[in-house]
Design a protein around this ligand. Structure first.
Ligand code: ASN
Length: 644
C-alpha cells in the first residue's frame, strides 16, 4: 500500500520544495500570503498529520450493497461539517502553505487545529493490512515528524490493535502522540461513532503531549499495545483489560499523566520497520497433540505466543509437550507464555506454569496477544541482538505493553507542603488531595527547576508528579531549566522522559528557551534528542537580524547551534548578513559568513550584502566576500563541551 506519495504527501514536499526553491519574487508573494497576523490563533496553532489508510470510517455502500472504501471522498465531506472545518477561516488560507489543510474551529482550550489528510492508495479494509503497511505508516510519520505536533491514523477496527501494537515497537524514542481511530459506522451516515472518534483524536493529538501510540475510541484513549477489539457491534469496540484508559473524554478531558509511558533516554525519534514474519500464536487446548505442537514450532518459525490457561498454566503431566518446548528453545525459538483469559497475567505461581518456565518458555505477564506477536516480531528482527539479548528484551517492558510490579505508591502525604495545604483547606479525601496535588505540582516542578533543585524534582516525581506537567502559561520544568541553564536538571528531566516537544502558550519549545538563554550545551542535547524550534521563517529572521544589529555573537552562535538556516529572510527578504554589513558590525558579519551566510541574496529592494558593502565604500569587505566566500562553506557551530 503506498501513500499517494505523488499526491498529498508528495504535495507536501512539493509545497515545501516550492517554498524552498521558489525564486525570490515568488517567495515574497508566498510570504506575503502567509497566515495573516490577525488570523494567527490566540494560542499557537496545532498541526496534525492525518494518515487515512481506510476502514469503515470513510466507507460508503457500493452498488453491490456492501461497504467499501471510496477514494477522494473523505476530505470533501469533512469540509461540509463545521466541527471539522471552519470554512470562513479556511478560505483565507488560500495561496498560503496551509491551503491544503483543514482547519477546526478554535477549541475550548483556545487552540486552533490545522490538519492535513493524506489519503492512501488504495484505501483498505484493515483485514488486508500487512507488516509492510505498518512500515509504510511509520515511514510517513518519520518523514513528517518535525513538521507536526501529532499524528492521527484513520484505520479499520478489525486489525487496529495489531497495527497500534506494531507501531508502538517500530517507533523508537517517540515524543509525540500517534493516535489510531476509526468507526463502526461510516462517518457520514446519520448515526455514526466516527465523528466523535475522529474529533476526539484530533483534539487529543493537538492538545496533549502524550508520547505514545494510542487508540481513541468511544470517548476513551487507550495505550495501543494494551488494546484488543472486543465487540464487533458495539461503539465500545475496544477494551484494554489490564490497563485503564490513559484519558477519558467527558465534559472535561481527563488524562492520567502518572500512567503515561515515556522513553527515558536522549535519543532522537527513529523507526525500525523491519519486522520478523516467522511468528505465530498457538492456543493450547485439552488433548492437543505433540504432533500439532511440533509442527507449529518447526523452522522457519522463530517466535511463538503460547496462549495457556488461567495464570499461565499448561499440562504438567505431558512430558512430550515440555520436551518439544525445550527443544524449540534450544533451536532458538522464542516462546512467550500469555493467558487465554481476556484479563489477567501470567505468573509462575502454579507448578503447571513453572514447568513451562523450566522448559525455556518466557512468562509474558499481562500482554495482549496482539502486543505479544508485535513484540516478538520486533525483537526477532534486531539482527544485532544475540539470542540471550532477545530473550532478555522480551521480558523487559519496552513500550508499556506489560505491567511491571511497581513499588508501593509513596503516599503523597510525604510531601509536607501538600500535607500542610491540605490541612489548611481542611481537605481529607484522597481524591481532593490528588486534585490539590495536580494543581500545585506544575508550579512546584517549575520552581524546583528554576533553582536547579534535582532532589526536589525527584521527590515530586516519586509522589506521582508528571514531570511534563504544564503550568498556567503552558511552561514545563524543562522550559524553565533550559532558560536558566541548569544542565543537571535538563539531564534529569530528559532521562525521565520529559517531553521536549511541549509548546507553551507562546508556541515556544524548551529549545527556544535554551537559545534565548544562550546555553550551548543544553541546546546541543535538546537538538540531539530531536528538539525543534517550530518558528515561522520570518520570525526567525527577525531574531537573527536583531542579534546582528546588536553585534551579539553569542546570540547568533546559539541560534546557529539550534540548527537554523542562517539565510532566513524577514518580510523584506532582509537577512542577518544584510543588517550586520549595514551596521558595519564586523564580528557579526564575519561570524555569519563563516556560518554559511550568502552575500548574493537580494532583499525586496534589490540590495545584497556585497552591494551594501560597495555602497559603503568598503572594498576590503567586498574583496573578502568575493575571494573567501564565493560559495560560502557551511560551518556547523559545535558548542564547547564546557558547562554552559
Ligand atoms: N469498523 C471497521 O473498520 C471494520 C472494517 N472491516 C475494517 O477493519 O476495515
Amino acid at each position: 500500500m503506498m501513500a499517494n506519495g505523488g499526491g498529498a504527501l508528495g504535495f507536501f514536499y512539493e509545497s515545501q520544495k516550492s517554498i524552498d526553491l521558489v525564486n525570490l519574487e515568488q517567495k515574497k508573494e508566498v510570504a506575503l500570503k502567509a497566515v495573516p497576523s490577525e488570523l494567527a490563533p490566540v494560542k499557537p496553532e496545532a498541526r496534525i498529520l492525518v494518515l487515512y489508510t481506510g476502514g469503515t470510517i470513510g466507507m460508503r455502500v457500493n452498488p453491490n450493497g456492501v461497504y467499501a472504501p471510496e477514494a477522494d471522498y473523505l476530505v470533501g465531506m469533512l469540509k461540509k461539517l463545521p466541527m471539522f472545518h471552519d470554512e470562513e477561516f479556511g478560505n483565507r488560507l488560500k495561496g498560503t502553505e496551509y491551503e491544503k489543510y483543514l482547519v477546526m474551529p478554535i477549541s475550548r482550550e483556545g487552540r486552533r487545529i490545522f490538519y492535513l489528510v493524506v489519503e492512501y492508495t488504495p484505501l483498505m479494509d484493515s483485514s488486508n493490512m500487512t507488516m509492510e503497511d505498518w512500515g509504510k505508516i511509520a515511514t510517513d510519520i518519520k518523514e513528517e515528524y518535525d513538521n507536526y505536533d501529532g499524528f492521527v491514523v484513520l484505520h479499520g477496527t478489525d486489525t487496529m490493535a495489531y497495527t497500534a501494537s506494531a507501531l508502538s515497537f517500530i517507533c523508537e524514542n517517540l515524543g509525540k502522540p500517534i493516535i489510531l481511530t476509526g468507526s463502526q459506522i461510516p462517518i457520514f451516515e446519520i448515526r455514526s461513532d466516527g465523528r466523535d472518534n475522529f474529533l476526539s483524536s484530533l483534539i487529543v493529538a493537538g492538545h496533549y503531549y502524550i508520547p505514545e501510540v494510542l487508540i481513541c475510541f468511544d470517548n476513551k484513549v487507550f495505550r495501543g499495545n494494551r488494546c484488543m477489539k472486543n465487540d464487533s457491534g458495539s461503539f465500545a469496540a475496544f477494551v484494554s483489560p489490564n490497563l485503564p484508559p490513559l484519558a477519558t473524554l467527558e465534559i472535561n478531558i481527563n488524562v492520567d499523566w502518572a500512567a503515561v509511558f515515556r522513553c527515558t533516554n536522549t535519543e532522537k525519534f527513529v523507526i525500525q520497520t523491519k519486522m520478523c514474519e516467522n511468528v505465530g500464536l498457538l492456543r493450547i487446548f485439552p488433548g492437543i497433540t505433540s504432533q500439532t505442537v511440533r509442527a507449529f514450532l518447526t523452522p522457519p518459525m522463530q517466535g511463538v505466543v503460547l496462549q495457556t490457561y488461567g495464570a499461565g498454566n499448561a499440562p504438567d503431566n505431558r512430558p512430550d509437550l515440555l520436551k518439544i518446548f525445550q527443544e524449540a528453545t534450544n533451536w532458538g525459538v522464542l516462546i512467550v507464555n500469555i493467558t487465554q483469559c481476556t484479563r489477567g497475567s501470567v505468573q509462575a505461581s502454579y507448578n503447571t506454569g513453572k514447568t513451562l518456565v523450566d522448559a525455556g518458555v518466557i512468562p509474558g505477564g499481562d500482554m495482549t496477544p496482539e502486543a505479544s506477536l508485535a513484540k516478538l516480531s520486533y525483537v526477532l528482527s534486531k539482527d544485532n541482538w544475540n539470542f540471550q539479548k532477545k530473550r532478555k528484551m522480551i521480558k523487559r517492558n519496552l513500550r508499556g505493553e506489560m505491567t511491571v510490579v511497581t513499588k508501593e505508591e509513596i503516599s503523597i502525604m510525604d510531601l509536607e507542603i501538600i500535607d500542610s495545604v491540605a490541612k489548611t483547606l481542611c481537605l481529607s479525601s484522597r481524591d481532593e488531595i490528588v486534585k490539590l496535588r495536580d494543581a500545585l505540582y506544575p508550579n512546584l516542578l517549575c520552581a524546583a527547576a528554576k533553582i536547579g533543585d534535582v532532589p526536589a524534582l525527584e521527590k515530586l516525581r516519586q509522589t506521582g508528579a508528571n514531570l511534563s506537567a504544564q503550568n498556567q502559561d503552558g511552561r514545563t520544568a524543562l522550559h524553565i531549566a533550559s532558560r536558566e541553564g541548569h544542565w543537571s536538571v535538563v539531564q534529569y528531566l530528559l532521562n525521565h522522559g520529559t517531553s521536549i516537544h511541549t509548546r507553551d502558550h507562546h508556541g515556544h519549545t524548551p529549545l527556544i528557551d535554551a537559545v534565548q538563554g544562550q546555553h550551548l550545551r543544553i541546546i546541543k542535547i535538546l537538538v540531539k534528542t530531536g528538539g525543534t524550534l517550530i518558528l515561522h521563517p520570518s520570525r526567525l529572521a527577525m531574531e537573527l537580524c536583531s542579534s546582528a544589529a546588536q553585534n551579539d555573537i553569542e546570540s547568533l552562535k546559539a541560534w546557529c547551534a539550534a540548527g537554523i538556516d542562517v539565510n532566513s529572510a524577514d518580510y523584506d527578504n532582509r537577512t542577518a548578513l544584510h543588517v550586520a554589513v549595514t551596521k558595519k558590525n564586523k564580528e557579526a558579519y564575519e561570524f555569519l559568513l563563516d556560518s554559511g551566510a550568502r552575500w548574493d541574496l537580494p532583499d525586496s529592494f534589490g540590495n545584497t550584502a556585497i552591494s551594501i558593502a560597495g555602497d559603503q565604500g568598503d572594498e576590503e569587505l567586498e574583496t573578502l566576500m568575493r575571494s573567501r566566500y564565493l560559495y560560502p562553506p557551511v560551518h556547523t557551530i559545535s558548542p564547547p563541551d564546557s558547562p554552559s
